[in-house]
Design a protein around this ligand. Structure first.
Ligand SMILES: CCCCCCC/C=C/C(=O)SCCNC(=O)CCNC(=O)[C@H](O)C(C)(C)COP(=O)(O)OP(=O)(O)OC[C@H]1O[C@@H](n2cnc3c(N)ncnc32)[C@H](O)[C@@H]1OP(=O)(O)O
Length: 719
């Protein structure tokens, strides 16, 4: 809703009132239309101010309304009517003005923002474009290059940046509504012709065609198949080349295509999924809203390899005091230098002072005695980690939370080494830890809700999207990665090449195909794990047995590469070849192709033609099937957790919503049917056997993803 009041005698004040973010719902739009009519009809009112309650202008169109049939007054005519008003209208922007809200402000004759406000047109992140005239008004106001930047990235800009662009007329540190009311009184009666942005010419640089060509190429490259960024460029191009009314028509056409696309549905789902993961729950019934975190002031990181360094940087940059421990003197010196460099580069980028003084270094575990929380990031070796947890338990003050950055080892075994297993959780960061947004917070059977709540809150404070998950091998992310990697290897055995498999996955939208990704992260990492599991055996016996281990099909291809010292980018050879060790430019490797030929011949495998469909179905459906098992086992509370993990941690294309949402777009019955088909063809591959939950969901009519939790509850109660 919106409240209409008259202030200072002659100003009509319209206050948007729709908690939590004053979204422009049908009721709010109706109230704006009614209030404007009232302001125009009251002779005492000479000007109008629009603001939002609780220090927040508005978060834009109500995203929840996009799901159904739109009702209430549409935004476009509402904004046109404001712009056409004979009385000046001033937008008083506090907090945020995003999407439709900024478009509303662009329809006003003046914009005054608080210095702490942020504005932006993030529609592209929802698979849309600024479809309420924003794509046509913004370039007319701030020029084509700046508008292209804001509209294609959806980034929020500060009030200061907005002032520089000419997007707002004034910024203030004082009460924005009071300042806007005084401003409105001053401009009352002044001519408005020069204040209506839709009447402005769109000033473009002389080489506008070159500019659009370059922007389009860049956007296509980074969009990874998303259509909204491309439509955004097309809409701005219409602003630059067509009269306003024709530009609006083009905006409408493009918006119509986007708003009926599967991509916007996926992105809207993902918007709410990101928020849903904050409302975590544990199988014990403990929940986010009943479990209070304990404040953390001082944290420690043990082990300053790549992960530990990134974690220390993430903590220091967020203002935490950090004790960084590395027991080897030489490595400590190297880490100190590397961390300082990372902090300095990050600070330069953000225009702040580097948080160098936030970190104290030590080579003795005793130095963590007084911290509130420790994150262990030593080498991925259970025996070593157990020893560290024993030491930490002896050294740390009572009540210290002990967290492990393991990427998949059993949290319970670590908890058992300590005096207070309830204070132990996993905090699984993703490399590089100061950059990647994802954090898996792993609770074991003994972890207390207090420990989970504290780790979740710490994650939020350091800017991570934190997802609480249960304890199992690989947790959620790496557990689902296993069948995906496995299928990719099987496809090589059956006739595919790494380049082909990667091409299919990259066309699907992954930033990197599975083989390029393995080369980047290092083939030796998985090899060591497989050796510890007794799967990778050096110089195995020959023949079929090599491809059947622990009762199931196994591909030793990765192990064979590692035996040759081919660890990926770092050694200059892996699934691809590189110019030199450390280079990132992957080139197909004729050696590898001959090696695959020889391998197939050795195992009497006849290479066959494998198509796009098979690569996608086998890699993705086996991964999705594992996702259903994870839900069935209660390791993830809902499909949103899995999807958020995959988008933020594994470069799953966001416009496809995440693996579980993707399954709904394919159709659960189709996923089931294809898994059955592939399992029949490969009965020795258990990951292709459709899991019970998938069967039950299909049997219950494939309910929408928002209803899965009910089915999961039923399935789990029957166990
Ligand atoms: C011909 C047709 C014409 C149609 C024209 C359409 C053109 C306009 C399109 C749009 O405006 S699309 C929407 C653009 N706006 C956004 O993308 C903003 C999205 N929101 C945010 O970025 C953030 O929520 C925030 C506003 C910066 C606030 O962040 P904060 O961290 O403080 O809180 P959150 O937890 O994110 O959100 C709180 C609460 O509010 C819900 N919410 C936020 N924004 C919206 C919204 N625009 N519509 C509906 N609901 C919104 C959010 O879901 C949270 O609720 P819960 O999920 O926790 O219940």
């Amino acid at each position: 809703m919106a409240q209409y009041t008259r202030v200072s005698g002659s100003v009509g004040l319209i206050t948007l009132q729709s908690p939590p973010v004053n979204a422009l719902s049908a009721a709010v739009r109706q109230a704006i239309v009614d209030s404007m009519q009232r302001a125009l009809s009251e002779p005492e009112v000479k000007s109008v101010v629009i603001c939002g309650q609780n220090g927040l202008f508005s978060g834009g169109a109500d995203i929840k309304e996009f799901r159904g049939q739109m009702s209430g007054p549409p935004l476009i005519p509402m904004i046109h009517a404001i712009e056409a008003s004979s009385k000046p209208v001033v937008a008083a922007i506090e907090g945020i003005a995003l999407g439709g809200a900024l478009e509303l402000a662009l329809g006003c004759h003046y914009r005054i923002a608080h210095s702490k406000a942020r504005v932006g047109l993030p529609e592209v992140t929802l698979g849309l474009l600024p479809g309420a005239g924003g794509s046509q008004r913004l370039p007319r106001l701030i020029g084509v290059p700046a508008a292209l930047d804001l509209i294609t990235t959806g980034r929020h800009v500060t009030a200061a940046e907005a002032l520089k662009f000419g997007l707002v007329d004034q910024i203030t540190d004082h009460n924005t509504v009071n300042v806007a009311v005084k401003f409105a009184q001053r401009v009352a009666g002044q001519p408005l012709d020069a204040r209506r942005i839709s009447t402005y010419p769109c000033l473009s640089p002389p080489d506008v065609d070159v500019l659009f060509e370059e922007v389009m190429q860049r956007v296509r490259r980074t969009a990874r198949g998303a259509i909204a960024p491309i439509a955004c460029v097309q809409a701005v191009r219409a602003a630059a080349t067509l009269p306003y009314n024709q530009g609006m028509e083009r905006e409408r056409e493009l918006m119509a295509t986007l708003s009926t696309s599967g991509q916007t549905r996926a992105l809207q789902y993902f918007f709410f999924a990101q928020r849903a993961v904050g409302r975590w729950s544990m199988p014990s019934g403990a929940r986010w809203d009943t479990s209070k975190p304990r404040p953390v002031h001082k944290a420690a990181v043990i082990g300053l390899g790549t992960m530990g360094r990134g974690i220390a940087v993430a903590l220091a940059q967020a203002g935490f005091s950090v004790v960084a421990v590395e027991t080897q003197e030489k490595q400590l010196m190297e880490a100190k230098q590397a961390i300082s460099g990372m902090l300095e580069r990050g600070a330069k980028r953000r225009g702040v002072a580097p948080a160098l003084d936030k970190i104290n270094y030590g080579c003795n575990i005793q130095s963590v005695a007084h911290v509130d929380l420790v994150i262990e990031a030593v080498f991925e070796d259970m025996a070593l980690k157990k020893k560290v947890f024993q030491q930490l338990s002896a050294v740390c003050k009572p009540g210290t939370f002990l967290c492990s950055n393991t990427s998949g080892l059993d949290i319970d075994q670590l908890a058992c080494q300590t005096r207070n297993p309830e204070l132990v959780v996993g905090m699984h960061f993703f490399a590089p830890a100061h950059v990647m947004k994802l954090l898996e917070v792993v609770y074991g059977p003994k972890s207390s809700p207090l420990a989970v709540a504290t780790a979740m809150q710490l994650g939020k404070k350091i800017g991570k999207v934190s997802v609480a998950v249960g304890n199992c091998r690989g947790f959620v992310g790496n557990r689902m990665l296993k069948p995906y990697l496995e299928q990719a290897l099987f496809l090589l055995e059956e006739g595919a090449t790494p380049e082909f498999v990667d091409q299919v996955l990259e066309e699907f939208g992954f930033a990197m195909g599975v083989f390029r990704m393995s080369d980047l992260s290092g083939l030796d990492v998985g090899w060591k794990v497989r050796m510890a599991d007794g799967l990778a055996v050096p110089n195995p016996t020959t023949g079929q047995a090599t491809r059947l281990r622990q009762g199931r099909r196994y591909s030793p291809l990765g192990d064979l590469l590692c035996e040759q010292g081919r660890f990926g980018q770092k050694t200059g050879r892996g699934w691809y070849q590189y110019n030199k060790p450390g280079s990132q430019v992957a080139k197909p490797d004729p050696w590898l192709h001959s090696f695959l030929d020889e391998y197939r011949a050795w195992h009497a495998l006849v290479a066959r033609r494998i198509d796009h469909q098979e690569v996608l179905e086998r890699c993705l459906y086996s991964m999705i099937n594992e996702g259903f098992r994870i839900l069935e086992d209660g390791i993830a509370a809902g499909p949103e957790d899995i999807d958020v993990i995959y988008v933020f941690g594994y470069s799953w294309p966001r416009h496809r919503g995440g693996p579980m949402f993707y399954a709904t777009t394919v159709g659960l019955n189709k996923v089931l049917e294809r898994l059955e088909h592939y399992h029949q063809a490969h009965p020795d591959v258990p990951s292709l056997q459709p899991c019970d939950l998938l069967r039950k969901l299909v049997a219950s009519g494939s309910p929408p993803i928002q209803k899965w939790r009910e089915v999961i509850k039923k399935v789990r109660s029957q166990l």
